[in-house]
Design a protein around this ligand. Structure first.
Ligand code: BGC
Length: 741
């Protein structure tokens, strides 16, 4: 298909038909998360969009590990494979666009959706995010980079104004989206929040100016669900597609007549019903982190009226329709033959391929293992196969498949930690110890029976006794995060910290397995034998855990700083910075997010960004750095430094090294402060016992540059050091290069 076909269609469409293409509707089958009805008269079929990003949210699908676990694997190739698998499942379920990946930066350690994002660092987010997008797109499905931009907290996300300095936007929050655009993302989802005074769904400077103008994005900009506020402002601001363009009543109606009835009642009309649980979902749809669920329709009649009275030109609508039809074209939906090389050879996008669900379960297991971070180990791990084990923890008998919200996936199967370990060892006991931690779900309907019933009550003393009687204890702890609200604190919910302390007092060979959405406080960290951070490991949870406990090298490194307490993070200490005051959250820490802030403030984290141990033992040698010039390409993504370093595995077992290169820039002129160290490149390499490999790292220009408002990306002259090592605080080699211009 050519532009000519889009042009021809555009000239055939009536105004009503054009309006049908810029506004989502409920899917008549009730399966798609988003649905554009198409125009039957002109053979434009419906377009189907589905959540994302941990798996496909339609019937059963593989519940892959949380996005932050993928970030922890530090491996773009793995992300590409995951993207391909997600594309296959999306197509198998009959959808065209996946509402993923989530590319927001982890700014607030307690952010409710941290598990849906990759990291606190723009370089890591860009490299892994771009590969994810590439995998989804080359798998024949449109990827949606979301939530553009500065949706870094769930608290009041639908109204809050993120007041972000231009430099921080450019250096920290935008790069992941730019990388996704460069990798070919078909769509971008505008965030709910405002940025510097304007709702993102109508942010002309960022949507039209930066995204389309500077970056050349020619795909579709859609709103987040119910995230449009004004027809003319959104139309002029650069939004193409209002999603879902239907009220919550309409959207959820196919699922539940009860819900439809409940949602129709405004709070003032409600009956005094007991239990109040009946109102839970209704309230959640209207609470502070959620948009108003009542009727929405801006790109329908209101846009028609704005065009009629000249507030919006019809040519503006045509541009939107052109973008939407462009997405159809890329999807191979207009002529059904997968014409543009994006659809896998020999298949059209409309073919529903069969999925090898076993292979995808294995991939989920691999990603979970590769995303597992061995935070501490006194030699207790790996466990011996003959060790008797006490598995303790409130939810250790269920897989932690994800957090709450739109990313929830119904898994094809699950392996709990208890099941996984029982498959690997002969003597495994299980005691819950303390009350189960609730796994919040946005889709729990009152009385639906989705809540898990726990038959036996927790017995704290029995758990401690089981630990005392076993050769080693594995305590599985977790948080319970969900979209639309931030976690109240970094502490583990309930009595889990007390449980860990009691178990370690009973058995010094205690391993803590932490399943959390992001960093949690670990007050017992110095007292336990080993800690594994497994995030939300997805449906293969227990299988991956058994792999690692019995000797598979965990490939993960921290994609976020684990601080000792919330107060240590750069966003703490001033409610203007977080959670915000009067609907404004001020990003006063500027570019000093995550480790950049810990380093500036001289605060010791509990575990630094990039940290993660291996069962093997690596040595770094022969670091070289050279300046490279790409004639005619002075873009920020052009390679600027070429580094090589030799990594040797000195252990008698295989392992995975994650080589990290940090740039130490010269002091910029004037009062501008730069982070002391910033990630510039990385590589994940598997090494056999005794193996030695020379690894090349290309450091892009943006890692050397700073963004100077007014002047743009600026590389200051002076001496740049490249520190190569095992974490942001564990350099194993240093080389310098002089940049003159
Ligand atoms: C979320 C999006 C999601 C959409 C559709 C919103 O609440 O912010 O990430 O894609 O719902 O489910």
């Amino acid at each position: 298909m050519t532009d000519g076909r889009v042009d021809a269609l555009l000239s055939d469409l009536t105004l009503d038909e054009k309006l049908r293409l810029v506004r989502g509707r409920p899917d008549p089958e009730g399966r798609a998360t988003g649905y554009v009805p198409g125009v039957e008269r002109l053979d434009i079929p419906p377009l189907r969009l589905v959540d994302g990003p941990l798996g496909v949210r339609d019937r059963e699908a593989t519940a892959f590990p949380a996005t932050i676990a993928l970030g922890a694997a530090w491996d773009p190739d793995l992300a590409r494979r995951l993207g391909r698998a997600l594309a296959a499942e999306t197509r198998a379920r009959g959808h065209d666009v996946l509402l993923a990946p989530g590319l927001n930066i982890v700014r607030v350690p307690t952010g409710g959706r941290n598990f849906e994002y990759l990291s606190e660092d723009p370089e890591l987010t860009s490299a892994v995010g771009a590969a994810y997008v590439d995998g989804v797109e080359t798998g024949g499905v449109g990827a949606t980079a979301k939530h553009f931009v500065a949706n870094n907290q769930e608290h009041r996300r639908d109204t809050v104004d993120a007041v972000v300095p231009e430099r921080a936007l450019r250096e920290i929050y935008l790069p992941g989206f730019r990388a996704a655009v460069d990798a070919g993302a078909s769509a971008v989802m505008a965030a709910y929040n405002r940025v510097n005074g304007h709702y993102m769904s109508e942010h002309r400077r960022l949507l039209d100016g930066v995204l389309r103008g500077e970056w050349g994005f020619d795909g579709v900009v859609m709103s987040d669900w119910w995230g449009t506020h004004d027809a003319a402002a959104a139309a002029e601001g650069g939004l193409d597609l209002e999603m879902p363009g239907a009220s919550a009543v309409e959207l959820f109606a196919p699922h539940s007549r009860l819900l439809r009835a409940l949602l129709r009642l405004r709070p003032s009309d409600r009956l005094d019903l007991d239990p109040p649980l009946l109102w839970r979902l209704v309230d959640r749809l209207a609470d502070e982190g959620q948009p108003d669920p009542y009727p929405f329709d801006f790109f329908g009649d209101p846009l028609r009226a704005a065009i009629a009275d000249g507030r919006v030109a019809e040519a503006t609508l045509d541009r939107k329709v052109r973008h939407v039809l462009g997405l159809y074209e890329r999807a191979g939906l207009l002529d059904g033959d997968g014409p543009d090389g994006r659809t896998p050879p020999g298949e059209s996008r409309t073919d529903a391929p069969s999925v090898d669900w076993d292979a995808h379960h294995d991939l989920a297991r691999e990603v979970a293992r590769r995303g597992t971070v061995l935070l501490a180990n006194d030699g207790t791990l790996p466990l011996g196969e003959d060790d008797s084990l006490a598995v303790v923890g409130p939810n250790a008998d269920e897989a932690k498949v994800g957090g709450g919200g739109s990313s929830e996936v119904t898994p094809t199967r699950t392996v709990s930690p208890v099941e996984g370990l029982r498959a690997g060892a002969s003597r495994v006991t299980f005691e819950r110890g303390v009350k189960r931690v609730a796994n919040p779900s946005m889709f729990d309907l009152p009385g639906s029976g989705l809540r898990r019933r726990v038959r036996s009550g927790p017995d704290f003393d029995a758990a401690v006794q089981a630990a005392a009687d076993a050769d080693a204890a594995v305590v599985v702890v977790q948080d319970g995060a969900t979209e639309s609200e931030d976690r109240a604190s970094m502490a583990l919910p309930g009595e889990q910290d007390r449980l860990v302390r009691a178990v370690v007092a009973a058995n010094p060979r205690t391993v803590v397995v932490c399943r959390s959405s992001g960093p949690v406080a670990m007050p017992w960290a110095d007292d336990v034998a080993a800690i594994l951070q497994t995030w939300y490991p997805g449906q293969a949870d227990g299988a991956a855990l058994a792999d690692v406990l019995y000797g598979a090298d965990p490939g993960g490194r921290l994609p976020v700083t684990v601080g000792r307490r919330f107060e240590d993070y750069p966003v703490a200490g001033d409610e203007r910075r977080y959670p915000g005051v009067d609907e404004h959250v001020h990003y006063d820490e500027g570019v000093f997010v995550g480790y950049r802030g810990f380093d500036r403030d001289g605060v010791a984290p509990r575990f630094p960004f990039g940290h993660g141990r291996s069962y093997a033992d690596f040595e770094y040698a022969d670091l070289t750095v050279e300046r490279v010039e790409t004639p005619g390409n002075d873009g920020v993504n052009a390679p600027a430094l070429d580094a090589t370093v030799t990594v040797a595995n000195r252990a008698d077992r295989p392992g995975r090294a994650v080589v990290q290169a940090y740039v130490e820039p010269p002091d910029p002129p004037g009062a501008t402060a730069r982070p002391g160290r910033e990630l510039g490149g990385f590589a994940s390499v598997a090494l056999d016992p005794g193996e030695r490999r020379t690894v090349s790292l290309a450091v892009p220009r943006r890692a050397l540059a700073r963004y100077e408002p007014g002047a743009g990306w600026t590389v200051d002259p002076g001496e740049y050091a490249l520190v190569v090592g095992r974490s942001s605080r564990d350099g194993r080699g240093r080389a310098t290069v002089e940049i003159a211009d």
